[in-house]
Write a protein that binds this ligand. Structure first.
Ligand SMILES: Nc1ncnc2c1ncn2[C@@H]1O[C@H](COP(=O)(O)OP(=O)(O)O)[C@@H](O)[C@H]1O
Ligand SMILES: [Mg+2]
Length: 313
């Protein structure tokens, strides 16, 4: 079978996830190359390991660049720290005012507080970067390569985390509003309220996008090995909690050749795992990709992988 239904114009966001080393980056790039044949496509890597640059053999980094020798493919590797400092610079006055008006912190304390690292912030910033791109709407398709499973799940649940922070901030502001209203008789919405409201709207938009299977698709990548199967099962059940239901799965590194005794023994060893995959993931369209003789590196082998993923016979 081949990866299907990507031509649908409504489908904007395609996210690849799975265990480390199963082929997420290779499959994400190959899919982006296929989409770029018909659509203006942006490949976004949220993996701090930045393997997109290595796989494409082209330095990408935290700035959109055109992928060499492609007609319509651009790529960016998100650096969460940089995304966070851009966010803090852009919203410095709102963040400072939020803390000034709802805590007893002085200026030095506020600066220290703003410099603190916050758990989960990397994924929130990565996701916000993706959403900002989608909202700017310069591309027709957005393909996301993630770091191993835990990261992808944190990425998916980042809107919830952001929503919790907004609620805490809003609660802190209520006291301030109450005070102002008691002293001044009325309260006028300020830039902090506008900022929190706009963040809240962003969270809603992310949640709606993730749950909408016509606009967003999550593709798990698995290999016929026991640990990868267990991790993929957990991934699917955790995705289900966020109401994300994948339609298809890539089963990578399948041994096809029977030309040598090593190949035959590898192939025989994979049989039971392929059977398990068929049973456990019976509802998903399965796309099998053979193990290549060499690693996937550079456009030529990525093109071969693209053909495996999208061949329709
Ligand atoms: N079908 C395949 N045949 C041969 N090598 C593969 C295949 N798929 C992936 N690889 C290689 O396996 C390694 C891990 O792949 P990668 O796409 O980086 O995985 P992940 O992003 O899941 O960590 C890379 O060296 C890649 O070239
Ligand atoms: Mg990778």
């Amino acid at each position: 079978m081949a990866l299907a239904d990507f031509e649908n114009n409504d489908l904007k966001l395609i996210i690849f996830g799975g265990k480390g080393g199963v082929g997420k980056t290779s499959c994400a790039i190959a899919t982006a190359l296929a989409l770029a044949e018909n659509f203006k496509t942006l490949l976004i890597s949220t993996d701090p390991a930045h393997s997109v640059s290595d796989c494409l053999d082209q330095q990408i980094g935290f700035k959109v660049v055109k992928v060499n020798n492609t007609a319509r493919l651009w790529a960016i590797e998100v650096v969460a720290d940089e995304a966070l400092s851009e966010f803090k610079t852009e919203h410095k006055s709102e963040l400072k005012k939020l803390l000034e008006t709802s805590t007893n912190l002085d200026n030095t304390d506020i600066d220290e507080m703003l410099a603190l690292s916050i758990p989960g912030i990397d994924e929130v910033m990565s996701f916000k970067t993706i959403i900002d791109f989608i909202e700017e709407g310069e591309y027709e398709k957005y393909v996301v390569d993630t770091a191993p499973t835990g990261h992808a799940l944190r990425l998916i649940s980042s809107p919830k985390l952001l929503d919790e922070w907004i609620k805490v901030a809003a609660r802190m502001r209520w006291k301030y509003r109450y005070m102002i209203t008691s002293f001044a008789g009325s309260y006028r919405q300020d830039e902090v309220d506008t900022f929190l409201l706009s963040l809240k709207k962003t969270v809603k938009r992310i949640e709606n996008l993730l749950k909408d299977s016509t606009k967003c698709e999550f593709i798990p990548v698995c290999i016929p090995e026991t640990m990868a199967i267990s991790e993929t099962s957990r991934l699917l059940s955790d995705l289900g909690k966020s109401e994300i239901v994948p339609r298809q799965i890539i089963v990578n590194n399948v041994m096809v050749s029977e030309d040598c005794s090593f190949c035959r023994s590898r192939k025989a060893g994979q049989e039971k795992y392929l059977l398990q995959i068929s049973e456990i993931f019976s509802t998903l369209n399965k796309v099998e990709v053979p193990v290549f003789a060499e690693e996937i590196h550079g456009l030529k082998s990525l093109d071969q992988l693209k053909d495996c993923l999208f061949k329709t016979e």
